[in-house]
Design a protein around this ligand. Sequence first.
Ligand code: DQA
Length: 145
Amino acid sequence: MSKTIYIINGPNLNLLGKRQPEIYGHETLADVERQCAGVAQGFGLAVRLLQSNREGELIDWIHEAREKAAGIIINPGAFTHTSIAILDALNAFEGPVLEVHVSNVHKRESFRHHSYVSMRADGVLAGFGVEGYALAMRRMGSLLG
Ligand code: DQA
């Protein structure tokens, strides 16, 4: 059976493609899922894309990943900058963790410059648009291949 990569998305990312397209572009999470599944297939990996606006649900999926996923790609949205609880959950996960931001958070407001998740992430991609997810998946393939 193929190893599964969880692609976990935080608040407001259900609106990807619709909200502030000048910052986040026109592609949707469905496009992200399709692109990542294509890359994953080349490495013999499977993907499960998840999105929630609730911090606790994101944490539950990270816990579930301990049993069911070989790696995590995560865009925690605004929880990136606030959530010690998500950092703690990721610290309890043993596989590779890659952090993705559609926008270049370092070019934006100073409150977006700090990420709790980066203290755990094995790699961070920011400002590559939705392509960042597929690039992260490619890296996951080399880490797990
Ligand atoms: C984001 C950046 C965050 O600062 C913001 O709160 C988001 C999306 C990104 O993908 O660029 O919701 O994580």
